[in-house]
Design a binder for this molecule. Sequence first.
Ligand SMILES: Nc1ncnc2c1ncn2[C@@H]1O[C@H](COP(=O)(O)OP(=O)(O)OP(=O)(O)O)[C@@H](O)[C@H]1O
Length: 818
Amino acid sequence: MGLRQADDVKPDRGEIGSEAPDGVRDGARLAAVRAEQAYVSRVYERLDTERAGAEAALRQGPAAGGGGAFQARLESAVATDEAARRLARLAGVENGLCFGRIDHRSGADGPGDTFYIGRIGLRDEYHEPMLIDWRAEAARPFYTATPGAPGTLARRRHLHLRHREVVRLDDEVFDLEGLDEAERGGIVGEAALLATLRRGRTGRMGDVVATIQEEQDQVIRSALQGVLVVQGGPGTGKTVAALHRAAYLLYTHRDVLERRGVLIVGPNATFLRYIEQVLPGLGETDVALATVGELYPGLKATAADSPAVAVVKGDLRMAALVEAAVRDRQRVPDGGLSVESEGMTLRVEAAACELARDRARALRAPHNLQRRRFVHDLLDALALNRAEQFDRLIDEPLEEITRSGNVPGWLQELLDEAGESPLLDEADLRLAKESLWHEPPVREAIDALWPELTPERLLTGLYADPEALGRLGEAAGLPGAALLHRPPGSPWTVADVPVLDEAAEWLGSDDSGDRARRRAAAARREADERYAREVIESTGAVTSDAQDLAALVAERHRDDGPPLTTAQRAAADREWAYGHVIVDEAQELSEMAWRAVMRRVPTRSLTVVGDIAQTGSAAGASSWGRMLDRYVPGRWREQRLMVNYRTPAAIMRVAEDVLAAVAPGEIPPEPVRDDGPPPRAVAVPVSGLPGLVRAELAEVAPGPAAGRGPEEGRLAVISSAAWHPGVLEALPDAAAGATPEALDSPVVVLTAAEAKGLEFDSVVVVDPAGVLAESPKGGQDLYVALTRATRRLTVVHDGDLPDMLARLEPGGPGPSQA
Ligand SMILES: Nc1ncnc2c1ncn2[C@@H]1O[C@H](COP(=O)(O)OP(=O)(O)OP(=O)(O)O)[C@@H](O)[C@H]1O
C-alpha cells in the first residue's frame, strides 16, 4: 500500500523544490507554521467571541413582558433556545478546532480558493467564512481527493494542534505526473493517518475527522433515506464512521433530525461510554444512546440469559407467544359468570360472556382498550340480570292481585306503562352499571376474566406458569418455550426487553384520561399558535418562520418541568418515532430485538453497522438479509469497509487463521499497520498473570517520562468464563466486567462478549480453548478477542494451544521484544 512516515511540512511544488537546501527548507517550514498559527489564532479568537455572545444571550434569557410585546418575546425565546444549543456545540470543539486546509488550483482568472476545514463552521465579523464545517460540501475534497483523482485540488494540508498551538503540518501535493500508480491507489492522508493510529489508547474513542478515508467518507455522506448496511471486519472504522455519519446527517438534515432525534443503539453500557465523547467533539450534543436493554423506558436491563434461553426469547415466534399469552388472559368462565351482589347471585350466561369477548376482540385495538368494551358489555348484562331478578321478585304478588280481579286504577296505569317501556332505560342502566362497578366482587370477577395488564405483569405471570408456557408455546409453534420458566421477581434480562416491548404493543394502555388531557393541551396549543401567527403576520415580520416560532412557543407552554432535549424526550417515550437510528454491533441483535428497533423508526431510515463474521450471540444474525428483508425486502444497500486501521498485520495473521477455521468463506480486512512485536503464546497458570500484566502495562503505559500522556495506555485481559473468577482473583486491582467505569482503569478483565467493539493497546487472551468452546456460534468470540489489540497480543494457556493458533510465537511470561 506504500505508506509513508509522517513528515513535517513537505514543500509545496510552487514554493520550494524538493532539492532545496536544508536551511532553506527549514526556513520555509517555520514560515509556513507561523502563517498557519496566525490564522488558527484568529479562528480561536472568533470561537471565543461566539461563545461570549451565546453566553450573554443565555444569561439574559427570554424577555419578559405583556401580551403587546408578544412577537418580541417570541423571538427572544427562540434566540435563547438557539443560544443554548450553540453554546453546547461551541463547548465541545475546543480541541483540534481547525485541522485541515485545501488549496484549489489556480486558473486563468487568478489564484484558486483556499479553505480551512474545522469541526464547525465559523464566519468572521464581516460574515466571511473563516472555517468550513467538515460536513459542508465545500469540505468534501479534503476527504475525497486522491493523487489519482485530485479534482480541482492543488494541495491538502493537515494541521496538527496541541491546545491552540500549531505543532506540525503535513502536506500532500497533487502532482499527477510526479506520482506512480501504486501511490495513486493508496489511501489518502497516510502520514497524518499513521500518526493518529499510533497514539496510545485512553479508554475513549476519539473522532477521526482529520483523517477520514474515502471509503468511510462514502458511508458518512450516504443519503439519509432507507437502510444502509455498513459491513466490515474488525477495526475497519465502522463505529467511527457511523458516529461521523450521525454528525453529518444532523448537519445536513437539521430541521427534521433535531425535531425527531437520532438514536444510536450499542451493545452495552461500556461501549456507549467508550463512544460518548465522539459526537460532542464534532459539535453534536443531542443524540440518544441506548443499549437494547434500555429500549423499554424505565428499565435498564443488563442481566444475560443462558444462550439457549436467549435463542428462544430472540426467536420471531416469541411475538406469536406473546399474542397467545395476551389472548389467554381474555377468558369466558365455564358455565357462565356468577357474582354475589347485595344478597343476590347475578348471572351472565356463557354465551353472553363469549359474545362480549368476541365483540371486544373485534375492535382493532390492544387488550387494555378492548377491555373497556368487554367491561361495559358485562356490566350491561349484570345490570339487566339484576333488574330481571328484581322484576321477578315483585311479579308473583302482582300476579296474585291481577288474578283476584281487584286491580286499583293507579296500579293498572303503572302496569300498562311498564309493559311498554324497557326494563331499564338509558339513565337507569348507567346508574346501575356505575353502582355495580363499585362493588368489589363484581370488579374482581370481571378483572379475572379480562384483567388490565402491564407488560411486566403479563410476562411475570407467563414465565412463572409452566403449564401456560407449554400450551401457548405449542400454539405459537415455538419449541423450547418451557425453558422460559422462572420464578416471579427474577431480574429482567436484555433479551426480555424486546419481549416486553412486544407485549406493550399488544396490551396498549387505557390512557383515556391522559388522552383527554392531551386533547385539551393540544387545543390550547393550537389557539396559542393561531394567535402567534396572527400577531406575527399582522406586524409583517418573520412570516416565513412564523409557524416554527409559534410551534416553539407552544412547546414551551406544554409542560411546566425543565425543558427537555429531544434525546431526553425521545428516550422517555416508548412510542417515539426517531428521524434516524444507527445500530452498532448490529449482528448481535435477535429477530425480536429488530422488531423493537424497527418500531422506533417507522420511516426505516437506518444505518446498520456490524460484521457477520463477529456474531457472538446465539440469537444474532447469520446474514443481513435474514434480519432486514422482513422490513425492507431487497431495499437495503450495503457498503463494505475493507481496511483494518486497528490491528497490526502480525496479529491479524493469527486472527485470520482463526477466522478461516471458525467461519470459512468470511474475508478478513486488510491491515494498515505493520508495527509492534510479534504476538506470542505463553504457557503459565493463573498465578503467573500478575507478573505478565505488570510487564505488559509497563510497555504500553510508560507515562510522561517516555513521551506518552499520563492517561494513555490500556490493557485488557479477555478470558474464558471458566477462568474468569480465577483471573479476577489474581488481578484484584483490575476493573471487572462491562461497567461504564471499567474504561477508566488501565487494566480491565472482560469476557469476549463484553470486549465487543472496544480496543486496547495490549490484549492478553486467557484460555483460548475455553473461549472457543464457550462461543455460542462456534468460535467467533476468539476472533473478536484477538482483534481488540492495537499493538500487543499475548495468549495465555494452560494446556495444549488450539491448532489454529500455531502461528503465535512461544514466549516466557515477561514482555516480548518491543
Ligand atoms: N480514518 C481514520 N483515521 C484514524 N483512525 C481511524 C480511522 N478509521 C478508523 N480509525 C481507528 O481505527 C480503530 C477502529 O475503529 P472502529 O472501532 O470504528 O472499528 P470497527 O469497524 O467498529 O471495529 P470492530 O468491528 O472491531 O468493533 C479506532 O481506533 C478508530 O479511531
